[in-house]
Write a protein that binds this ligand. Structure first.
Ligand code: PLP
Length: 381
């Protein structure tokens, strides 16, 4: 900072944006002391930055973790964990389904490096134990699952993993740290796409990993080399989003439950999936590990044609990918989050052509229900 600035002994209420790539040291000895770990400071924003660090401290508190790390996107966080934990010849076991991008990372990208992937159905941890081999390096979970809201029994999965001394990582994006604290159930590390509920306004990309200081320290080293750090502006907006996370999630949980309950009253809809409904097949597991059920409601309208007709008839709910913002969105998974994955494989995981995924936002719930009612009338004809 220019020496012309007045030095003040006051703290700003809001974390400033340290929009700088580099930090000045008073002399070379201070750099040497920093490199030896004897002096704290900031060297280069790809390594560390005060705005980014402020968010990491908050995320660790929210996830009840020792430490957290911020990334440029959710995929950067997932791939950062993979590149840290895996070497050629290792195996991963993943719950299925997972977000399409994650599945492509596993099936197409990691395969190139000689890493084998095995899947087990998210709602059947019984099959997890059977998939473990001597090469299994870590178990990857996603709960609730994108897009069909299956629940992984975290306690059981963590127990199986611990008995076999295998690391566990869960994508908790759909729940947010308000609704789910996976570390409380014995999971080793949590990942969030901060692009969704954490940022909360559909205006930033971001990803977070939270876990033990040892794990985070290892991933921090990979992040430096992979260059997948967040940027200070992005961190500032995330910091701002986190301030309203709890109130947004309360309203979103409430709105989504109302929408799901409404959808259940419509004759002709094949399935309505929401972990907050009594009809959810894993209702009791959901209640035991979640304190709210999030904003995603999925249902099967019958066919891809009907799903498109429904999406095109909505006026308030916008047809756009992503989720977790203030506005409600509709997404047809076969054309969006899971596009490019073999259709047969998708159907086997419950991702049918008629499946519709709603991300419920902060609008008036009556307005949302009216919008859905009108679109259903047009598309069920
Ligand atoms: N995990 C889930 C459940 C997602 O839905 C997404 C994106 O949609 C991701 C991870 C990837 O996050 P990002 O788009 O921030 O890279």
């Amino acid at each position: 900072m220019s020496s012309k600035f007045r030095k003040i002994n006051q703290k700003p209420i809001v974390t400033p944006i340290y929009q700088t790539t580099t930090f000045e040291f008073p002399d070379t000895d201070s750099i040497i002391q920093y490199q030896k770990g004897k002096k704290k400071g900031y060297l280069y924003t790809r390594y560390d930055n005060p705005t980014i660090e402020a968010v990491e401290i908050q995320m660790a508190r929210l996830d009840k973790a020792e430490s957290s790390l911020l990334f440029s996107s959710g995929m950067a966080a997932i791939s950062g964990a993979c590149f840290t934990l895996l070497t050629s010849g290792d195996e991963i076991i993943s719950s299925a389904p997972v977000y399409g991008g994650t599945q492509s990372l596993f099936d197409r990208f990691l395969k190139k490096y000689g890493i084998k992937i095995r899947y087990f159905p998210a709602n059947d941890t019984g099959k997890l134990a059977r998939a473990i081999s001597s090469k299994t390096k870590f178990i990857y979970l996603e709960s609730p699952t994108n897009p069909n809201l299956q629940i992984v029994d975290m306690k059981t999965a963590a127990k199986i993993a611990r008995e076999n001394r295998i690391f566990t990582l869960i994508d908790s994006t759909f729940a947010s740290p308000v609704n789910q604290k996976p570390l409380d159930f014995g999971i080793d590390a949590v990942m969030h796409s901060a692009t969704k509920y954490l940022g909360g306004h559909s205006d930033i990309m971001g990803g977070v990993l939270s876990g033990s200081s040892t794990f985070i320290k290892r991933v921090r080293e990979s992040r430096k080399l992979l260059g997948s750090c967040a940027d200070p502006n992005q961190a500032f907006l995330l910091d701002r989003g986190l301030k309203t996370l709890t109130v947004r999630m309360e309203k979103i949980n409430n709105n989504a439950l109302a929408v799901a309950e409404f959808l259940e009253t419509i004759p002709g809809l094949k399935t309505v999936i929401y972990p907050g409904l009594d009809s959810h097949p894993q209702r009791s597991v959901g209640i035991s590990q979640m304190s709210g059920f999030g904003g995603i409601v999925s249902f099967d309208i019958g066919s891809a044609k009907m799903a498109a007709r429904f999406a095109d008839s909505l006026k308030v709910i916008k047809n756009a990918v992503s989720l977790g913002g203030t506005e409600s969105l509709i997404s047809l998974p076969i054309w969006t989050s899971h596009h490019g994955i073999d259709r047969k494989k998708l159907v086997a995981m419950g991702i049918t052509p008629g499946l519709i995924r709603l991300s419920i936002g902060l609008e008036d719930k009556k307005e949302l229900i009216t919008d859905i009612k009108r679109a259903i009338r047009k598309s069920l004809k």
